[in-house]
Ligand binder design. Structure first.
Ligand code: ZN
Length: 371
C-alpha cells in the first residue's frame, strides 16, 4: 500500500467512546517472523497506528549470504527484522530488493546499508526513477501537514475526554495509540532516503549459495513492479501485486497488465505465495479470487464503455456491486468492503476505463502538482 495518509480518523474517535478490540490493540508495529520454506522467512508487521501499514519483508538465507525482499515502512521496523535475521544466520545481507516505490516497502533501506556497506540495493529502473521524482510529491503533504494536524487534534480529543470523565481504560488505550502515532511520525521525519544502487529492466537472476533467485518485472500496481520467484522451491514473492485483505489500486496501476501478471502467477502453480501485506498462502484460492475479481471488473468496464457510458457512470454502476465484487476475495464485513471500494474499486475502474482510450500515465491519479 502506498499513500502516507491518516486513514483511521474515525477509529480514534471511536476509541474514546467504544471498547473496540481494534482500537485497543496495543502491539503497534509489532514484527512476527515465520519460516515458510527451507531458508525462507516472512516477516509481517502489525499497523503502526492511524497512519499506515508496513509492507512485508522476506529473507532468503544461504551459505553465501542473505537476500532481503523489501525493507518495511520505517527504519525501526527494518532494524527489528534485521535483528531477527541475525538470530537465524551469521552471514551478511548481500542483496536488498525493493518491490516498488511506495514508502512502506523501502523505508528501512538505510538500516541495511549501514550494517552492510557493500550491499546491493536492487530495483527496477522505473521504480528508482519514481522514488526520486514522484514519491516526495506524493507523501510530502501527509508528513508535513496532515499527520501533525491529526496528532494535535487527537491530543485535544483525549484532553476533552479526560475532562468528561471518560473511563480510564479508554483514555489509556487512546494514549497508547497517540504514542504509537507520534513514534511513527518521528520515524518518518528521521528517515534518510536510501535509494537502490543497482537497477534492471527486464529480469535478473541471482545465484546465491547455489539457490536460483529470479527477479522479474511487471507493470501492475506501478509501472516498475519487481516480484521474486524461486523456481526450485516454487516460492513466489509478489510485493503489492497481490496482497490481503484487498488489492490497493492507488498509486499508478495498469489494470489489464495487472490482471495478466496475476494470471502468470497462477500458471506457475506456486507452492507458497508471500504477498506484499498479509500472511503466507499455501493454496492459490486467494490468487484465483483476485483473478476472478479483476476479470469481472474489467469485463464490466469494457461492456459499459461499449454501451456509451461515461467513466463516472461506469464507476457508479460498479460501485453498486461493491459487496458482490468484494465477496470474490472473501470480504464479508461492511467496514472492509468500504475500504475495498475506496482503495481499490473506485480507482481501478477509472483507470481500466481510461486504459481503453489511451495509454495510461505512470503517475498516480491525484498526484499533487510540483511546487
Ligand atoms: Zn504496500
Amino acid at each position: 500500500m502506498s499513500r502516507f495518509a491518516v486513514r483511521r480518523l474515525s477509529c480514534s474517535l471511536l476509541c474514546l467512546s467504544l471498547l473496540s478490540s481494534y482500537c485497543l490493540a496495543k502491539d503497534f508495529g509489532k514484527v512476527t517472523g515465520q519460516k515458510v520454506a527451507e531458508g525462507v522467512y516472512l516477516f509481517t508487521t502489525t499497523p503502526y497506528g492511524d497512519a499506515g501499514l508496513s509492507g512485508n519483508s522476506v529473507a532468503i538465507l544461504s551459505d553465501e549470504g542473505v537476500l532481503v525482499f523489501d525493507s518495511n515502512g520505517t527504519p525501526e521496523t527494518a532494524a527489528t527484522v534485521l535483528a531477527e535475521i541475525r538470530k537465524l544466520t551469521d552471514k551478511p545481507v548481500r542483496y536488498l530488493v525493493n518491490s516498488h516505490w511506495h514508502w512502506d516497502h523501502w523505508g528501512g533501506n538505510q538500516v541495511y546499508l549501514a550494517a552492510f556497506p557493500g550491499l546491493q540495493i536492487i530495483t527496477h529502473e522505473k521504480t528508482r526513477e519514481l522514488m526520486l521524482t514522484v514519491e516526495p510529491r506524493w507523501n510530502e503533504k501527509g508528513l508535513k501537514e496532515d499527520l501533525p494536524q491529526f496528532l494535535d487534534s487527537f491530543e485535544k480529543q483525549i484532553a476533552a475526554a479526560k475532562a468528561r470523565n471518560v473511563p480510564a481504560e479508554r483514555i489509556k488505550a487512546a494514549e497508547e495509540r497517540l504514542a504509537a502515532d507520534r513514534n511513527f511520525m518521528a520515524q518518518k521525519q528521521s528517515l534518510h532516503k536510501t535509494y537502490p544502487n543497482v537497477t534492471f529492466s527486464g529480469s535478473m537472476t541471482l545465484i546465491l549459495g547455489g539457490r536460483e533467485i529470479q527477479l522479474l518485472h511487471a507493470q501492475a500496481i506501478t509501472t516498475g513492479d519487481t516480484y521474486l520467484y524461486l523456481p526450485k522451491e516454487k516460492v513466489l514473492v509478489t510485493g503489492d501485486i497481490l496482497l490481503s485483505p484487498y488489492p490497493f489500486a492507488i498509486g499508478g496501476t495498469y489494470p489489464a497488465e495487472w490482471l495478466g501478471t496475476l494470471e502468470k502467477f497462477a500458471e506457475r502453480a506456486p507452492a507458497v505465495i508471500l504477498p506484499g501485506h498479509g500472511d503466507a498462502e499455501t493454496n492459490t484460492d486467494f490468487l484465483r479470487g483476485n483473478i476472478a475479481l479483476f476479470q469481472d471488473a474489467i469485463m464490466q468496464v469494457k461492456s459499459a464503455k461499449a454501451k456509451g457510458m461515461t467513466v463516472d457512470q461506469t464507476a457508479e454502476a460498479l460501485a453498486k456491486q461493491n459487496s458482490e465484487l468484494a465477496a470474490k476475495i472473501g470480504i464479508k464485513d461492511a467496514e472492509t468492503a468500504d475500504a475495498f471500494k475506496a482503495y481499490f474499486l473506485d480507482v481501478f475502474v477509472k483507470r481500466a476505463y481510461r486504459e481503453l482510450e489511451s495509454p495510461l500515465s505512470d503517475l498516480p491519479d491525484g498526484l499533487p502538482k510540483q511546487n
